[in-house]
Design a protein. Structure first.
Length: 389
């Protein structure tokens, strides 16, 4: 027996322009078993078919659409989408050329596969399963990826996703000391295997790390990498001859950063400081001026209610850090909170009252992080580059 999700008469517009999520408050009634392992039909209140999708009976998002229109997707839709995601990366030029061996293979809604994120690190694959519907397909997903890698397969669940979405998270398939190794633009990196931080190495910033390194080389001066994780921005800059200081609160991430710099023969160019980016930073390594400041905090606003507090904290930190950037230098200010958009970053720069700045780049993630047009929640990473005037 199939499941039909019937919208309320007053559900508001539902279609490609509104994105793939149908929320519980828009739903009048769910007919049938509500089995997350099966595709469900979405109808308007008169029974007219609008779309097909993945049901989350216990989720605030009742349905994640996989295709709009009356025609049901083919029975092998999942495998077809997975194949298309892999072929899409290949066509983007992401293939194992030895210089870069880590990229996002599946980006959830952006690949028509809501609830599934897959990153590859060399031969290893990390599958992040975030919904009941994808959890119900875990065996099929694991078989698909196991057949396509010689490396290890890690299956992880984001914090609280099981509780929020109503499923039992997969058992984590690795020990505490596991490491993922990969190359990025010719540099060798390792990260703690997930779930230490998200799916591992913030691959969404991969191309920005190289661009910022080039800016640092061209403007001269040191680079200060605040929220450095395993040292990505700092090490890319050091590889271009820039002295760099990385700061993070995670001792585990800093240990990897130190090892990563050493692997590329850049230990002498990098210094690592453990500290709180939202506090006064008075470590001696942070004294003096910098050509580039990278400020890449964690997700500081998880809902619209958090925005003003998070923006205030960013403004206060920027107020302390921006005066250290030399004239002509750059501030790279990042947000990975969907609710903290580019306009909030601009406002924080203005409110920090730290001299004259102009925005020279508005960046996002690389093309291996595609977004379903109309799905605003998929556009979470903003990276603004400002130049001091
Ligand atoms: C979005 S990640 C940064 C990614 C990194 N820039 C990269 O390119 O890989 C945020 C980082 O901030 C660190 N972090 C979180 N809260 C912090 C705090 N209060 N002070 C310093 N670092 C913090 C996390 O450990 C994490 O490494």
């Amino acid at each position: 027996m199939s499941t039909r999700v019937e919208l309320r008469r007053d559900a508001g517009p539902v279609g490609p322009h509104q994105g793939p999520w149908v929320r519980r408050r828009q739903v009048g009634k769910v007919w049938g078993p509500g089995d997350p392992a099966q595709l469900a039909e979405l109808t308007d209140h008169r029974g007219q078919t609008l779309a097909w999708g993945l049901i989350g009976p216990d989720s605030e998002i009742t349905l994640r659409v996989v295709s709009f229109g009356a025609a049901a997707p083919p029975a092998d839709w999942l495998l077809r989408r997975l194949d298309a995601a892999l072929a899409g990366r290949h066509a983007l030029g992401l293939r194992d050329d030895g210089a870069t061996t880590a990229w996002r293979v599946v980006n959830s809604e952006g690949d028509g596969l809501p609830g599934l994120t897959v990153d590859r690190y060399g031969d290893d694959m990390v599958l992040q399963i975030a919904t009941a519907a994808m959890a119900a397909r875990q065996a099929e997903l694991a078989a698909f990826f196991a057949a396509r890698t010689r490396g290890r397969l890690f299956v992880v669940t984001p914090a609280q996703a099981g509780e929020r979405e109503g499923f039992t998270p997969a058992e984590q398939l690795h020990g505490d000391d596991a490491r993922l190794e990969f190359r990025e633009h010719g540099l060798q990196f390792e990260v703690p295997a997930p779930p230490a931080q998200k799916t591992g190495a913030y691959l969404d910033q991969r191309d920005n790390r190289r661009l910022v390194a080039e800016l640092a080389r061209s403007c001269g001066g040191r680079l200060l990498d605040v929220g450095c994780h395993v040292g990505g921005f700092a090490i890319h800059a050091a590889a271009l001859g820039v002295d760099a200081v990385g700061l993070d609160q995670s001792a585990r991430a800093l240990a990897c950063a130190r090892a990563n710099a050493a692997r590329s023969g850049l230990a002498e160019r990098c210094r690592w400081v453990q500290g709180d980016m939202f506090a006064a930073l008075d470590d001696a390594a942070l004294a003096g001026s910098f050509g580039v400041l990278v400020f890449d905090p964690p997700r500081v606003a998880s809902s619209a209610r958090d925005v003003s507090r998070a923006a205030g904290a960013m403004t206060a930190s920027l107020g302390r850090l921006l005066p250290r950037v030399q004239a002509g230098g750059f501030a790279v200010v990042c947000s990975c909170s969907q609710h903290l958009g580019g306009e909030v970053l601009d406002a924080a720069m203005l409110d920090a009252r730290a001299g004259a700045w102009t925005r020279v780049h508005a960046l996002g993630p690389g093309p291996d992080h595609p977004v379903w047009p109309g799905h605003d929640q998929g556009s979470y990473l903003r990276v603004h580059v400002y130049q001091r005037r």
